[in-house]
Unconditional design. Structure first.
Length: 477
């Protein structure tokens, strides 16, 4: 057992905003994060309807039956990849710009761009018809023009969100001291399950009420524009004193980040977590439809209930995880890694149980797996904030976004779609996901060996020039 005596040095931090202004900024960032994830999951909620419109069943000349075209599910997975590709590739750029430009103005521009692009996603079918409804050959596949337009609009959504992703947690880290970051970031990231769940519910509800999936995308535009304008009226949070540290991105910054063992192991674990959540979130509605799950209590559609379950359990798990990491911090030096890794490992057998149990009984292990997946959200992001010196924090978040999405949820929807195929091999796809859950937990447990020293070092060495900050240790194998 180790005692973590690390504390922020007041001489190296900026004067904090008044509590009311800090709370105001946090509320706005939380609301933006909420709509961020509503927008992301709207597509997943309406995916079966979009697939049916873009890739209608065709006659199989061998069986004489109407079947889904080969590769339709994989093509739908590319819509998720288009968003993530621009999001992860541009996040480092905006992370670097955040050290030199107004962060609120950057966020405002990003929110407005992604909101308008979301509305354009809903209008993709209309745009396709206006342009003649032709087909386009892309990646050796013949695709409807409406699909290609949606592919481009989802990429534009990623551009907008690439601004917000690395900047928001950096701002929160400047607003609150290290002792409070775990719980504050837990509240911020609680918007992930809650917003994602609202996206599911919104997509399902509006599609049923209006008879078409496009209205789900239109609904997120007005609140997004209002939040973007709101950002323009807030003062810039004070930045930490950088003591002459360079604001220009350098290759040595990347070397410094990945030579911090806690940062490296945390990014690896978060990559497995992103692979899992991205794949499950995208294919859960299709899976429930394939299993022919009945309406819950006779009135709640399965996809909507899945969203509500994710909202409630994800919110509770995120807040409890943040509280647990902070509460154990004084007793266990690696508490943030410990609680994240242990609970993540528990999620793997729960997901396996969900695959083989019949519904409605399978809802129970599914609920447990959801809780385990979101428990780590606050602690793992707190690790990233605590082990990186302030001059590199926004870039550190940006590089983490790039890596964990490039190798995580940028791949999982398409990969799981390929595994599932037109034969609906969902069991095989979700077994792959269960293995990823367990591996992610193991990497986080490994990180407990390094967290105390890395946190102390990030606070202690901020005044030293960047060249002297390369840590004396690397991850031991």
């Amino acid at each position: 057992m180790h005692h973590d005596t690390t504390r922020s040095d007041p001489s190296r931090t900026a004067p904090p905003l008044p509590r009311l202004q800090a709370s105001h900024a946090l509320i706005l960032l939380l609301l933006i994060n909420l709509f961020n994830f509503i927008d992301r999951q709207v597509l997943a909620a309406v995916e079966p309807y979009v697939r049916a419109d873009f890739f209608p069943d065709v006659l199989n000349p061998i069986t004489g039956q109407m079947e889904e075209p080969e590769g339709a599910k994989a093509a739908m997975g590319w819509l998720a990849f288009a968003f993530l590709a621009t999001y992860m590739l541009l996040a480092p750029l905006f992370g670097a710009l955040a050290t030199r430009l107004s962060r609120w103005w950057l966020i405002a521009g990003g929110v407005i761009v992604w909101s308008l692009a979301s509305g354009a996603s809903g209008a993709s079918e209309w745009f396709g018809q206006m342009l003649g409804g032709r087909s386009v050959t892309l990646l050796a596949m013949t695709l409807p023009l409406a699909y290609v337009i949606m592919l481009l609009t989802r990429a534009l959504v990623g551009v907008g969100e690439a601004v917000y992703g690395p900047i928001a947690p950096d701002m929160i880290s400047d607003l609150y001291p290290v002792e409070k970051r775990g719980q504050v970031l837990a509240w911020f990231y609680a918007a992930i399950p809650f917003g994602g769940a609202l996206g599911y519910a919104l997509g399902e509800l509006l599609t049923r009420l209006t008879g078409h999936w496009s209205y789900a995308f239109y609904a997120v535009v007005p609140p997004g524009l209002l939040l973007g304008v709101w950002c323009l009226f807030l003062p810039e949070p004070p930045r930490p004193k950088l003591n002459g540290a360079s604001l220009q991105p350098r290759w040595s910054d990347l070397v410094e980040l990945f030579r911090v063992p806690s940062y490296t192991l945390n990014v690896v674990g978060m990559t497995f977590m992103c692979f899992t959540i991205g794949g499950l979130a995208f294919w859960a509605p299709g899976y429930l439809q394939y299993r022919q799950v009945a309406d819950v209590f006779g009135v709640i559609p399965p996809a909507t209930f899945f969203g509500l379950l994710t909202a409630f359990l994800g919110l509770v798990a995120t807040l409890v995880g943040g509280w647990a990491g902070d509460a154990l911090r004084g007793r266990y030096a690696g508490s943030y890694f410990l609680v994240s890794g242990a609970v993540m490992c528990l999620g793997a057998p729960l997901l396996v149980a969900m695959i083989y149990l019949p519904f409605p009984l399978a809802w129970v292990p599914m609920a447990g797996a959801i809780f385990c997946l979101f428990f780590n959200t606050g602690p793992t992001n707190t690790i990233t904030a605590n082990v990186i010196r302030p001059a590199l924090r926004a870039r550190g978040f940006a590089i983490a976004i790039l890596v964990m999405h490039l190798l995580g949820d940028a791949l999982s929807p398409t990969l799981l779609g390929e595994i599932t195929g037109k034969d609906n091999r969902y069991d095989w796809a979700f077994l792959v996901v269960a293995a990823m859950i367990f591996l992610g937990g193991l990497f986080w447990l490994w990180g407990t060996l390094y967290l105390e020293a890395d946190t102390r070092r990030a606070n202690r060495l901020e005044e030293q020039p960047a060249e002297s900050l390369l840590p004396p240790q690397t991850v031991k194998v």
